[in-house]
Ligand binder design. Structure first.
Ligand SMILES: *Cc1c(COP(=O)(O)O)cnc(C)c1O
Length: 392
């Protein structure tokens, strides 16, 4: 079953079986192809491969069987035609910019994106004559008003970090296309298990495989998924020249991550939902940000757009920064780290870590209070997670 069409199979089956082209050794599990280059049968075959007229591997900067397997599997799971793997989530985001942007172009980006994504557009693409404006994620009229004739793409994450706000992907895709631009969605928080932006009209999805796809905090990697046309014409030539490729070892780790991603995401979401409900009932908690709660402003949209509500919960305490730090320091089991998407539950204070480089005014504008705590809910027993927060 080497050249098999997995398109018609369900996502659970694709996650486990798609992508593996079994070799003459009849292996059951996908091997790690630790090779930088490949040999050709003849000078003519080498020439044909270099011109793209014959299929086959040339060099692992742009093709490798282990990485190909990961790409094929993730493309199917995201409902995209093609996927390319990168050395990190940031490398994937840089690839989208490098491939699609030129001097004079404009990017419209959600204000609530990963800090390095802001720096990528503002500081690095800014150096080459690309301008970027930032808008409020959930304000559709603000997006529409900020689109310019030279806007190349809209860029967003949903749910956002750390306030877990939800953007209407379908509405923003329609808006982007009406104005002749593309929609790029960073699908790191949901993974293809909870949401498939390409099926809702987005043109490209970027992933940080470092988070839930690995799920165990071991490897750094990323991916870009989209149509054959966009990936083949724009992103692939950049990967080949830019060189920010994934390592075969990491691809092998991520392949097994994908196999359990569905089960893990469901368990993450069940724990997060239970924790959010419990937090909402605690007297020292002023507000809980979790789209599964009816108190969440985009609860209905989240229900429609996602299959579950996600693994990340944030909440504001009545006692300000002092209480937030005291709570974090009182935990025994939870890991105090800004990372997320791990089987281990992690806790962080966004205002002084992930969002600490913003000015107090910018933080206030983004709604990130000093009393805010963010938890990426892991797979430990929910009662142990709650009892570790007994300092509330
Ligand atoms: C971590 C993260 C990234 C960057 O991914 P790396 O693999 O760390 O480079 C991008 N977007 C989001 C939403 C993230 O959480």
């Amino acid at each position: 079953m080497s050249e098999f069409d997995w398109q018609d199979y369900s996502q659970e089956t694709q996650a486990i079986r798609a992508g593996h082209k079994r070799t003459h050794e009849d292996e059951h599990s996908i091997p790690i192809f630790a090779t930088s280059s490949y040999v050709f049968d003849s000078a003519e075959q080498a020439a044909l491969r270099f011109t793209g007229k014959a299929p086959g591997n040339i060099y692992s900067r742009f093709t490798n069987p282990t990485i190909n397997a990961f790409q094929e599997r993730l493309a199917l799971m995201e409902k995209g035609e093609r996927c390319l793997a990168f050395s990190s989530g940031m490398a994937a985001i840089m690839a989208v910019g490098m491939a699609l942007l030129k001097a004079g172009d404009h990017v419209l980006c959600s204000r609530s994106v990963f800090g390095n994504t802001v720096l990528a557009f503002q500081n690095f693409f800014g150096k080459f004559g690309v301008t970027t404006d930032f808008v409020n994620l959930t304000d559709l009229s603000a997006w529409e008003a900020a689109i310019k004739p030279n806007t190349r793409f809209l860029f967003l994450e949903t749910p956002s970090n750390p306030l877990i706000e939800i953007a209407d992907i379908q509405a923003l895709a329609e808006m982007a296309h009406r104005h002749g631009c593309l929609l790029v969605v960073d699908n790191c928080f949901c993974t293809p298990i909870l949401q498939q932006p390409l099926a809702l009209g987005a043109d490209l999805v970027v992933q940080s495989a470092t988070k839930f796809i690995d799920g165990h905090g071991r490897c750094v990697g990323g991916a870009v998924i989209g149509s054959e046309a966009l990936i083949e014409k724009d992103i692939y030539p950049y990967l080949r020249t830019g060189g920010s490729c994934m390592s075969p070892f990491n691809a092998w780790v991520f392949l097994s991550g994908l196999e359990t991603l569905g089960l893990r995401m469901k368990a993450h979401c069940d724990n997060a939902f239970a924790l959010a409900q419990w937090l909402e009932a605690q007297p020292s908690v002023a507000k809980v940000h979790y789209p599964g709660l009816v108190s969440h402003a985009q609860h209905e949209l989240a229900k429609r757009q996602q299959s579950h509500f996600g693994a990340v919960v944030s909440f504001e305490l009545t006692g300000g920064k002092e209480q937030a730090w005291r709570l974090i320091d009182s935990t025994q089991m939870l890991s105090i780290t800004a990372n997320l998407g791990d089987v281990k539950t992690t806790i962080t204070h966004p205002a002084t870590t992930t969002h600490g480089r913003l000015s107090p005014e910018a933080r206030a504008e983004a709604g990130i209070k000093d009393s805010l705590v963010r938890i990426s809910v892991g797979l430990e027993n929910i009662d142990d997670i709650k009892s570790d927060l007994r300092g509330l």
